[in-house]
Design a protein around this ligand. Structure first.
Ligand SMILES: [Fe+2]
Ligand SMILES: [Fe+2]
Length: 130
C-alpha cells in the first residue's frame, strides 16, 4: 500500500472526498502492480490512473470555474504540474517498461505531491466552495 486512507486530508466538500477515496484505491492498486513488477497490470492501471486523475482534476477545476474562487490559477497550476509529470513517466514507461523507475516516482514524488496538494489546495478550495 502506498497511501493509507488517514494520510489523505478530509476536506469540507463531499464530492472532493469521494474523488480522493476513489483515486486512492486506484493509486494503491497501481502501486501493488508496480511492486510486483506485473507488466500487464501496470500497463492497464497506468492508463486507468491517468484517466482518473484527469477526471478528478477537471471536476475540481469545473467547480472552481463556477464559483468566485480566488486561488483558481494556482490550484490549476499545481494540477498541470502533475499532469505533465504523469505524461512524462507514462511516455518513458511506454518505451522502457521499467517498474523500478515508476516505483521511485510513486514513492518519492507522487505520494508527497498528492498528500500535500489535498491538504493545501483542495482543502482551501473546498472551504471557498461552501
Ligand atoms: Fe483533489
Ligand atoms: Fe486539486
Amino acid at each position: 500500500m502506498l497511501i493509507e486512507v488517514n494520510e489523505i486530508h478530509k476536506v469540507t466538500n463531499d464530492i472532493m472526498n469521494v474523488l480522493h477515496e476513489e483515486e486512492l484505491q486506484i493509486i494503491n492498486d497501481f502501486h501493488d502492480a508496480v511492486v510486483a513488477k506485473d507488466i500487464d497490470k501496470i500497463e492497464e492501471l497506468f492508463t486507468v490512473l491517468i484517466e482518473n486523475v484527469e477526471d478528478h482534476f477537471k471536476t475540481e477545476e469545473d467547480m472552481m470555474a463556477q464559483s468566485t474562487h480566488s486561488n483558481f490559477g494556482a490550484h490549476k497550476s499545481d494540477h498541470d504540474l502533475m499532469r505533465k509529470k504523469l505524461a512524462k513517466f507514462k511516455k518513458r514507461w511506454d518505451v522502457l517498461h521499467g517498474p523500478i523507475e515508476v516505483q521511485g516516482f510513486l514513492e518519492k514524488d507522487f505520494k508527497k505531491w498528492v498528500t500535500a496538494h489535498v491538504a493545501k489546495w483542495d482543502a482551501d478550495c473546498a472551504l471557498q466552495l461552501q
